[in-house]
Design a protein. Structure first.
Length: 287
């Protein structure tokens, strides 16, 4: 199983949004033949446009070892799930909603070969709850990439309750081959390591703004200059998406009650108003 992924081989990516397109890109740059699947043809087109623009930027900076066209030629797309049959590893990167991901994993379990590994790009959802809807829980693993995938160096590997050592190694081989440094989360807690840490920080940062303690600019400046963070917590929330952060906070808070991860009213009001950060043009800052 591991040899099939660490060799040239192929890999499937499920979901052509920002994260899925990014994972497809780094896999193609690493020499994989990538099969990118989405239910929506327009999403696939946008995903490929995103890869094209990203590789052009990298090439312009001298950070791409080959032409953008060579990378794009290694990615094929389809709206048919049968397209993924035969890949040794499929990485799911759909919307961060448990029931949606479970539906995808049931379908992947039926479509893929019996020995294929199923990986999920979730940032907060328990791996075990995804593995349990399949007939192969030992072959399910978390591969939490970070946005933007082509530039961020970290991949958080997460064990579900039944994840085997061999499955974890497949995930590590893939992540390292696409240029990532891995950390391993050995216990399947909601939010893992990185999302728990950033969620606690952004929730408190939002409370400080909500209660008038400080402006968004000053909260972010304090974190950048006081802690050496490259980006402040409210800038980070705007980049990731305020709706995404609220979903993550809710998922973690369901397992860890209390105020630490409870999203404050200001964040819920922003989501209700469609003020979601960069993707909507307005969050804590204007874009």
């Amino acid at each position: 199983m591991a040899d099939a992924v660490s060799g040239v081989g192929s890999v499937g990516v499920v979901g052509a949004g920002l994260m899925g397109a990014g994972i497809a890109q780094v896999a193609a740059q690493a020499g994989y033949e990538v099969r990118l699947y989405d239910v929506d043809a327009a999403s696939l087109e946008r995903g490929m446009d995103s890869v094209a623009a990203s590789t052009e930027r990298l090439a312009a900076k001298g950070l791409l070892d080959e032409s953008p066209a060579a990378v794009l030629n290694r990615i094929s797309t389809s709206t048919s799930l049968d397209f993924l049959a035969g890949v040794p590893l499929a990485v799911e990167a759909v919307f961060e909603e448990l029931t949606v991901k479970q539906q995808v994993f049931r379908a992947l379990d039926d479509a893929l070969d019996q020995d294929a590994v199923l990986a999920t790009n979730t940032s907060a959802l328990p791996i075990t709850q995804l593995a349990d809807v399949t007939r192969r829980p030992s072959q399910v693993v978390g591969t939490h990439f970070f946005s933007p995938v082509p530039l961020m160096q970290l991949c958080e590997l997460v064990r579900g309750r039944a994840t085997s050592d061999e499955t974890l190694q497949v995930a590590r081989d893939f992540a390292e081959r696409v240029g990532k440094t891995c950390v391993v989360v050995n216990r399947d807690v909601a939010g893992f390591v990185t999302t728990r840490l950033i969620t606690a920080l952004v929730v408190e940062a939002a409370r400080l703004v909500e209660t008038g303690v400080a402006t968004p600019e000053d909260v972010d400046t304090a974190c950048r200059l006081g802690f050496g963070h490259p980006m402040g917590p409210l800038e980070t929330m705007d980049l990731v998406g305020i709706d995404v952060m609220v979903n993550a906070a809710d998922n973690i808070a369901a397992e860890s009650p209390g105020e630490t991860f409870a999203a404050p009213d200001v964040l819920r009001a922003m989501v209700a108003a469609g003020t979601l950060g960069r993707k909507s043009g307005q969050g804590f800052y204007s874009y």
